[in-house]
Ligand binder design. Structure first.
Ligand code: PA5
Length: 428
């Protein structure tokens, strides 16, 4: 089994600083254990055999008839599926039938800009499109508005066949979507109780679109289960999630109020978006939190790294790298007579990308700036399962250290309610 590897050597934290919060760490470990039953997302690697089979059967039935799967969802309903698809399938998956091996194209509509939605609807063949409506609450204005547009369109074009083109993932009991799905006869999957939006990647919210894109969802969950074992290590600095959280917590105490996630692999690019929501929405409470920033190596070396190395010392950088990029390209020895570029010849693009990450780590460390690395031996279902799970446990543990509830989002609800008020929704 390949294990993801975390390296904290470049974090500017003294052992004495860790010793100072030992009591807090012990309490947080105890809370994680006693609250495990409430954190239903922690058991997702183990208790979904029936739903996995249901998803695989549904995908097998639908795939031959479906040329495009369109996810309608936002926040936790969209960011995980986007990150996983980017990590495990070709960047040009949607462009090539052979690359897809019989699976549909994937589109995730996670915004309500009418121009984007109109552009997408204009190029879809409704006869061969399946819309997956994903909303735990069944009330989010963005997703419900998209759904209403699509339902209307499907009914006017396909009449009685419209319901076959809609699948819902929502709470089993609460909200409008489950009521509508029941009344209209839509195929439905459920977000289990105790699994909030940003912790839902390993339930049908993430598993359904993944399976539709040929991703091995059993291997994804197996990776998460392996990480769960590593995350039960009471030796906290050897527990990847606990150590990640403790070092971030201490960084916050040093007024490093920004955490930059900087993947050095295009496959891992959207993990930074997924993590930004997880860390920001879970921990940004009661005047505390750390602003997550997304960057990409090497692209942002030529944009933001000057600031990270030489600007205010208010951030830590989390590098996300891969030992194996999945493909390799040799750089030819074309310009041997020009030393200033000729040195590149004979090396590979992967070597250059890895060396660039090391160089940025070096520059930051030399400037006294805290940074850490997470390395995937290769980007597979198993290592992605490990990564999602590790970051979820780290976020929950950071919440315990900070003494806040990592699982609510009162600030987001306030905004949702303000939209309801603006449109005159009864009761708001
Ligand atoms: O993490 C969360 O709970 C939120 O970001 C939600 O995912 C987002 O607001 C969408 O909510 P819902 O799934 O209820 O439509």
């Amino acid at each position: 089994m390949e294990k993801i590897v975390l390296n904290f050597d470049n974090m500017k934290v003294e052992d004495s600083q860790i010793a100072e919060i030992e009591g807090k760490i012990a309490d947080a470990i105890q809370s994680m254990e006693s609250k495990r039953g409430e954190m239903a997302w922690r058991d997702l690697p183990y208790n979904q055999d029936a739903v996995i089979n249901e998803i695989l059967d549904y995908v097998a039935e639908k795939s031959p008839k479906v040329n495009a799967l369109v996810v309608l969802g936002i926040g936790g309903s969209a960011l995980g599926p986007i990150a996983l698809q980017q990590a495990l399938n070709s960047q040009f998956y949607n462009h090539d039938t052979q690359l897809r091996g019989g699976y549909p194209r994937l589109f995730v509509l996670d915004n309500i800009d009418p121009a984007t939605m109109s552009d997408l609807l204009a190029v879809l063949d409704l006869e061969t499109t399946l819309f997956s409506v994903v909303s735990k609450s069944g009330a989010t204005s963005e997703t419900m508005a998209q759904f209403m547009v699509v339902k209307d369109l499907l009914e006017s074009h396909l009449g009685l066949k419209a319901p076959e083109h809609i699948v819902c993932t929502t709470d089993a009991k609460n909200g409008n979507l489950i009521k509508i799905a029941g009344a209209e006869g839509y195929k439905t999957f459920y977000v289990p109780d105790g699994v909030g939006g940003r912790f839902s990647q390993l339930c049908p919210v993430g598993l359904l679109p993944a399976a539709f894109c040929g991703i091995d969802i059993k291997a994804l969950l197996a990776g998460a289960a392996e990480m769960d074992k590593m995350c039960q290590n009471a030796d906290y600095m050897n527990n990847p999630a606990y150590a990640f959280a403790i070092l971030h917590y201490l960084a916050m105490k040093q007024n490093k109020n920004i955490t930059v996630m900087m993947p050095y692999s295009d496959k891992l690019k959207f993990m930074a978006d997924w993590f930004a929501q997880l860390w920001g929405e879970s921990l940004g409470k009661q005047g505390m939190g750390q602003t997550p920033v997304k960057a990409l190596g090497t692209t942002d070396q030529h944009s933001q790294v000057q600031l990270y190395v030489d600007g205010p010392d208010d951030k830590i950088v989390v590098f996300l790298g891969a030992d194996d990029f999945g493909s390799e390209l040799q750089i030819p020895k074309t310009f041997d007579d020009m030393p200033s570029i000729g040195f590149l010849g004979g090396h590979t693009m992967g070597e250059l990308l890895r060396a660039s990450q090391k160089a940025t780590e070096y520059a930051l460390t030399k400037a006294g700036r805290s940074n850490m690395t997470i390395t995937l031996p290769s980007v597979t279902e198993n290592t992605m399962g490990q990564l999602f799970y590790m970051l979820e446990v780290a976020t929950a543990f950071a919440g315990e250290l900070m003494g806040i509830n990592a699982f609510d989002q009162p600030g987001v609800e306030e905004g949702k309610n303000a939209v309801y008020r603006h449109f005159g929704r009864p009761g708001f």
